[in-house]
Ligand binder design. Sequence first.
Ligand code: ASP
Length: 440
Amino acid sequence: MLKVCKFGGTSMADARALKQVREIIESDKSRKYIVVSAPGKRFKDDIKITDMLYRCYDEVVKSGNCKKIFSVIRNRFNEIVKELGLDFDMNKILDETEEAICAEKSADFAASRGEYLSAVLMANYLGAEFVDAAEMIRFDSSGRLNNEYTDDKVKTRLDKVKYAVIPGFYGKDSHGKIKTFSRGGSDITGSIIARGVNADLYENWTDVSGFLICDPRIVPEAKVIEQLTYKELRELSYMGASVLHSEAIFPLVKSRIPINIKNTFRPADNGTMIVPSEQYNLKKESVITGIAGKKDFSVIFIEKSMMNSEVGFIRKVLSVMEHYGLSVEHVPSGIDTLSVVLSSEQLKNGILTDVVNEIRENVNPDYVHVIENVSLVATVGHGMARRLGTAAKIFNALSDEGINIKMIDQGSSELNIIIGVSNSDYEKCIHAIYNAFIND
Ligand code: ASP
């Protein structure tokens, strides 16, 4: 058994958390490759090291140095080293890092140093080898992960090392400069390492006991999801469930390695298992797996008789979106109607009237109308396809609560039913669906 473990920002936040992390790692000899985030928040209004490093970069650009902010970072690392009683020269590494941030003048480089320092410290604390992600993870000239190169490097580099700590969040670009993933990207590093060493399990340690069925700020009693398939995870995280980076799944799809979301502060909890569909335990399946959603969408509703027989109709509508650089979330359609769903954020610059006018010119519709302040709520689960009446149950629950449904979109895999409701009904909608299925 071989496990790759990734520990997130809260698990690396202070000496107390690090002690807990070491206990977890040392309690299971198969935990061999450890990926770490930068120290995160210790309390609600605390500032993450990564955020401070971005500020260091801003300061360097403005004034040529970042002494003041870097001293806060320095103190945090030194405090951890002191409290853990470690005997190594952290200050020397911090001096070099500060100098390098000033010299490099790169936001990505500055931000990556949180993970770098965190991994150096952790490797020392565990007595494991530090292996830099920059040696293994490579992006291509268009900024995408170079999978082949990276896989090969991870394999050959870690083949020689039996116990290692690797910083998350970054690699090198095609010019050899440090480049980070998007925020929360250490999750992706964990997946890449798990694939490269062909791990049996990727444990992602965080500060919650797994994915919850829905947002606990809306349903405080929301239960933990025991198991999820890769596809369900993708749908839920795309719609806003944020325990794991939404791209963390891609490196694992081919190798079929499961992910276990675990809680560093409650290690005995099972957490959530994220598995490829063939490893899914049907006996434990529930009708719906999760509910996620996002607010603030705009729906452009287009009506035209006989649109179905007009060749190129949808293309012409979508070409308007392309012309304005708009990305489209959904395009539900009826016989004579088509809706284009977009995040309202993209329309903030006042282009909506132009977009609508161009649609009028391009396809000459009978009617165009824009609905704003729409929320999308996705009910996700493979179990829905195997049960009759799931959609009816959702719609009944909403009608019982007096919630008006503005739009419905069911993915062709029957994995997901997306409903558009008014922003003001968003929380009520999630509550109603949760109660209909979970408290039933
Ligand atoms: N430290 C980075 C962030 O705050 C990456 C990570 O934690 O995964 O986004």
